[in-house]
Design a protein around this ligand. Structure first.
Ligand SMILES: [Zn+2]
Length: 132
């Protein structure tokens, strides 16, 4: 195990990574995030930790890109804020969040309302809209 496991989780819960998003990134609970908010958090952490395989595995096949290049030295993720997580029904949910990052030293706020879908006991990210 790397040193990352004892670090605070990048998603901002204050828990250790291994007790937070790390549970879904690897090991016996791989891909088992129990709801859309946990999946959203784990995907943010996967961006921070550069885990493209996890991002692709949790992306719904209907909208998933064929590949993902996270090797971007100019983006530094800073923080995630979840505004709300709404469960529409057993298999549909949305999560509203703001992610902050720096790109080429410039602070950026990404606001998104993401849609999630549950299929065969697993949650997937489908797509997102950007409110004004
Ligand atoms: Zn986390």
């Amino acid at each position: 195990m790397s040193n990352a496991v004892k670090q605070p989780c990048p998603c901002g819960t204050g828990k250790h990574y291994e007790q937070c998003c790390g549970r879904w990134h690897q090991g016996s609970e791989y891909l088992q995030a129990p709801d859309a908010e946990h999946l959203m958090r784990s995907r943010y952490s996967a961006f921070v930790l550069q885990l493209p395989d996890y991002l692709l595995a949790t992306w719904h096949p209907s909208t998933r890109p064929s590949e993902l290049d996270l090797d971007d030295k100019f983006t530094k993720w800073i923080a995630l804020s979840i505004h709300h997580a709404l469960q529409h029904d057993d298999t549909h949910a949305e999560v509203s969040f703001t992610a902050r990052y720096k790109q080429n030293g410039k602070a950026v706020r990404l606001q998104e309302v993401s849609q999630f879908l549950k299929e065969q006991e697993r949650w997937f990210y489908v797509d997102g809209q950007f409110p004004d």
